[in-house]
Design a protein around this ligand. Sequence first.
Ligand code: SAM
Ligand code: SF4
Ligand code: SF4
Length: 336
Amino acid sequence: MEQVKDKFDRPLRDIRISLTDQCNFRCSYCMPAEIFGADYPFLPKEKYLTFAEIVRIVQAAAELGVEKIRLTGGEPLLRKHLSELVHDLYTKTSIKDIALTTNGVLLPKYATALKAAGLQRVNISMDALDDRVFKEMNGRAVGVKAVLKGIEAAKAAGLGIKINMVVKKGINDHQILPMAEHFKKEGIPLRFIEFMDVGSTNGWQLSSVVSKKEIIRLISSQFPIESVKGSYYGEVASRFQYQDGSGEFGVISSVTESFCSTCTRARVSADGKLYTCLFSAKGHDLKPVLRSSDSIKEVKEHIAAIWNQRIDRYSDERTEETAKNRPKIEMSYIGG
Ligand code: SAM
Ligand code: SF4
Ligand code: SF4
């Protein structure tokens, strides 16, 4: 298997593909409602990559050593005929590890078909158990029950499940323990994510970040825990298990303990731009090469040439200054 490496010797191992920049939520840390309103310039749908183009990107990436893909957005379940894309990816590429990140509310409608099409795993975002806090954070007054139903549907369909919780100081940090306790009981791994300065619309400040250390201190005050060894190169979550054997949780500490030195991830926006870092200002348009011929080889060479030049390590270099002043692409566009 060919392996493409960047300037710091990091291989390209996984790709996140955004299927739309639109969403049925307006989470305050991602798409604040006051900015992402009716007049926000979302991508026109005709600019989206076709499913055939996405499949060719994934075929090319697989030949470069990519082992897993994640479909995301915006809200990927808003993309019409999504199970057809999953089926095509599963049957026409060598990658069998296909995952999806979603806010979960449309899973009761789609989970069974997605599983049948070849989807393996879902990460479901849920930031609070308390209805009031959750409604406020998702900006659309959607209650917790809608997400819990989505989790049930994913479970019934036989999908692997993890829960993502973004923690914002003073907003939902009091939900860390109730969430940990709930998903410990359910036996579903919960991932706490430090609030990040992605994009330039979410009003990020370092003081709103609850650090990995604080999260661990809080959970270990309630439950005996021990750390779990990472299972693969480039794993972004630090993992911990409960000593009573009831499962595990993780923390993604992109702000307080960055992991750029092992970052193996590329992202493709819904309109076909390849980004080599979550904090890039500019992407590399794959459409011209995708549309000039049917060759996988050319797409592969193009991606390899971009990755070879990669020097990104934004989180290692982050300061309050760069967080405020560097132009950055929005999370809902690039895919989380
Ligand atoms: N709509 C889907 C969802 O919410 O799961 C998929 C897209 S969302 C952009 C992907 C992930 O990014 C979610 O788990 C979300 O919580 C996370 N996210 C969004 N904005 C973030 C931020 N500013 N800091 C940390 N994580 C963020
Ligand atoms: Fe939508 Fe996901 Fe962003 Fe929330 S985090 S606004 S659900 S894309
Ligand atoms: Fe990877 Fe960029 Fe995040 Fe560093 S800041 S871990 S290079 S995506």
